[in-house]
Design a binder for this molecule. Structure first.
Ligand code: BTN
Length: 256
């Protein structure tokens, strides 16, 4: 994989047209943030690494990505197209790609940004906002997809790859290009990400076990609201809206 093979055959108009590739970096989100701080980047600039030595996950966790089997990249977007988090974009795009192009029926979304197959994690997304060198706001959408791993390390938790789900080794460039095309389309069409997210998730209506700030609770998921926040109700009837997944761990047994 290199910048040429990633761009050769890419059919997008603007996403990934500016593309930088390295064999190894600590984190593509960190790399994109530094680039943004240093100079004005075109919307849709993409930073791809073959491997990450300190891949970042949500809530300060580590994202294991020191193999050359996955897709580890960050895209820079300049406009928030709707009140839903931009992190919904790649998650929705990947579910559709997996279902429609790879024939994986069992793929769905866990709030806020995880792509699961049954209860195993296929992809994660880390959205960060950052001020550009000209003072304007930009969003760094970091995307990690397990593609060709034949097995995943136990530290990755319950995880799965496209290869394990399809029985095929895939050309990562093709997955990258198809994913970018779908993300660009959803973005350009100002898609209602809330409706799309809801249609692709099995969480709504489920009773889930959540650990927040060290406390375990069973709650019932009511819906997501117009901002993409999760509305839940506790057993005693108290309602809450969860805004972020920081310090929150939602167990995945409902996904089976
Ligand atoms: C999660 O915890 O689910 C989010 C994982 C996000 C991983 C991707 S890989 C590319 C980009 N660079 C990073 O350091 N993290 C994101």
């Amino acid at each position: 994989m290199n910048a040429r093979t990633l761009q050769d055959g890419l059919a997008t108009a603007w996403l990934g047209r500016a593309l930088a590739f390295v064999e190894s970096v600590d984190s593509t989100n960190r790399w994109a943030a530094d680039e943004l701080a240093a100079r004005v980047l075109p919307p849709g600039a993409v930073f791809v690494a073959e491997r990450q030595t300190r891949g970042r996950g949500t809530g300060g966790t580590r994202w294991l990505s020191d193999d050359a089997d996955g897709l580890w990249f960050s895209a820079v977007l300049h406009e928030p197209i709707c009140t839903a988090p931009l992190s919904f974009l790649p998650a929705i795009a990947l579910v559709d790609l997996a279902r429609e192009e790879l024939g994986i029926a069992d793929v769905h979304l866990k709030w806020p940004n995880d792509v699961l197959s049954a209860d195993r994690k296929l992809a994660g997304i880390l959205l960060e906002s950052q001020r550009q060198s000209d003072g304007r706001q930009a969003w760094i959408v970091g995307i990690g997809v397990n593609v060709n791993q034949a097995r995943l390390p136990p530290e990755a938790g319950a995880a799965v790859s496209l290869r394990l789900l399809t029985g095929r080794t895939l050309r990562r460039e093709a997955v990258f290009q198809r994913l970018l095309l779908r993300i660009e389309k959803l973005y350009d069409e100002r898609t209602d990400l809330i409706a799309r997210w809801r249609e692709r998730s099995r969480m709504i209506g489920k009773r889930v076990r959540a650990t927040r700030g060290g406390r375990v609770a069973w709650v019932h998921v009511l819906d997501i609201d117009a901002h993409g926040h999760l509305r839940i109700v506790h057993d005693d009837g108290a309602r809450e809206t969860w805004v972020s997944s920081t310090d929150l761990d939602i167990d995945r047994s409902w996904a089976l």
